[in-house]
Every structure is written in C-alpha cells, then in structure tokens.
Write a protein that binds this ligand. Structure first.
Ligand SMILES: [Zn+2]
Length: 57
C-alpha cells in the first residue's frame, strides 16, 4: 500500500482571499488542522475552509 502524502488543510482569508495552510495539531493520521490565528497578508482573523469556499460567484 502506497502511503499517500497528506495534504494540509488550507483556509481562505475572508478579508483578502489569500490561501493559507492550517496549523497541524497531533500526529498523523489522527491530527487535525486549525486555521491560522491571523492572516499574514491583511491581519484578518476570519477564515473559511478551502473546500467550503465558493470557487465562483
Ligand atoms: Zn487576509
């Protein structure tokens, strides 16, 4: 069985739409991701999981 490299959860800043990888907590495969505390680009604190972020509209 090939091990699939896990992709970190990514979040989209609601302020400037920058995509930021979440911070991992715990050890694989049971770890989880949390959004960053603050957007490095605009300082915003509201993030949406990228899979929940509308790709259009
Ligand atoms: Zn931002």
């Amino acid at each position: 069985m090939a091990h699939q490299p896990e992709r970190p959860q990514e979040y989209v800043c609601e302020g400037c739409h920058t995509v930021i990888a979440g911070t991992a907590h715990g050890d694989p495969p049971d770890h989880s991701y949390a959004p960053p505390e603050e957007c490095a680009a605009c300082g915003g604190t509201e993030f949406v999981e990228i899979q929940n972020y509308p790709s259009s509209g």
